[in-house]
Design a protein around this ligand. Sequence first.
Ligand SMILES: [Zn+2]
Length: 205
Amino acid sequence: MEALERAVTSHVEGRRDILSLPVLLLNRFFAPVSVTTARRALVLLYGGVGHAVDTAGDTYDFTLWRTLPVRVADDALPIVGGALRVPRVLHLLRYDRTPRAAVRLTRANLMLRDEYQCQYCSRRPGHRELNVDHVLPRSRGGEDSWTNLVISCRSCNLKKGRRTPVEAGMKLLCEPRRPRWSTAKQILMVMREPFEEWQPFLKAG
Ligand SMILES: [Zn+2]
């Protein structure tokens, strides 16, 4: 999923390098697998590994795809004799797995897992007032892990100090775990406004 975040971020940050645009990859059964760059998608399309999917959900091999006209909303690459529409979705013809990408341990993902809620007092004071708390303090050997990090408000964080919850007489709302988000959910969380062509494939996630 690291590649996914990279692919999407370069797009969101406005670096409109056509070959870096994100393309949604679908497995044989049209389930989302990952996001790649337009560069790699075009290599897969040209090599016959995948078919491009248009807005209507129709699929095209490279030979057909290159004959499609470029519309106003499209991104396109200049090619000999015209322009090539950059696909937004690529259907991988022989890939039948549905891997669940591991969720990266980041502050943003911890906030999403804990729903911006202090895991000690259950308040939601806004993300600026929230910290990442080591349940077993770092000074006592507590690691950075999904099971040892929780979101807490500043006052709970201060109150707890370098103690464990038990020592501080504080109770966690629930036991922290690694989230098991579907690939579609992760893609939607990274890319808030996915391309229109992606939406039918991300809904079911
Ligand atoms: Zn709190």
